[in-house]
Design a binder for this molecule. Sequence first.
Ligand SMILES: [Zn+2]
Length: 216
Amino acid sequence: MIERTLCLTGGAVEATIHAVKHGGITGNMAGGTHHAHRDFGSGYCVFNDLAISAMYAIEHLGVKRVAILDLDVHQGDGTATILSNENRTRTISVHCSTNFPFRKSVSDFDLPIEPNSGDVAYMEKVQEAVNLCLEFEPDLVLYQAGVDGLEHDHLGKLNVTREGMRTRNQYVFEEMLNHRIPTVIFMGGGYSKPIEHTIDAFYDLFIDASIWTQRW
Ligand SMILES: [Zn+2]
């Protein structure tokens, strides 16, 4: 458990350093531990790698503004709370209104979606979230790309298709590349039954990231 937690957090920081130094899209094939608070863990999350990476980039890498774009089906409550008094970051969370955490924190921008929403309603919120992200003019984007909004997900209550999830990712990559904003992917959640649907969606995420980053 300790080794896993350290690898996950270290991987997030490494990916952040790489993105800031070289640009493009980088990623950690783990993490996105957005439920961890400053002084306690929650919802499978021990340390909050998003908040750690954001503050590391600001304090050690000369980054001025970091946007955290959290599109996991669950609200990024820990990230929101840890960074609530930090005006060099902007936390944006798109999530299902009835999913965990049941007592929501206050992000800089919360965009809840009703349960059972499908691709169209989801993409509308994603576009709104991306616009809020770009409006902040960040030097770095941390993208929590959880795929637990999938229709087959056991925990998530949205009905997004594999294709819809892929469209989401490609839209984020396209916008960040067009605006030349280095972007770090944090894996986030995925709990499909059977698990193959989750694996397919993460496969799409990282393969598409590798294709899009070649255009940096
Ligand atoms: Zn989640």
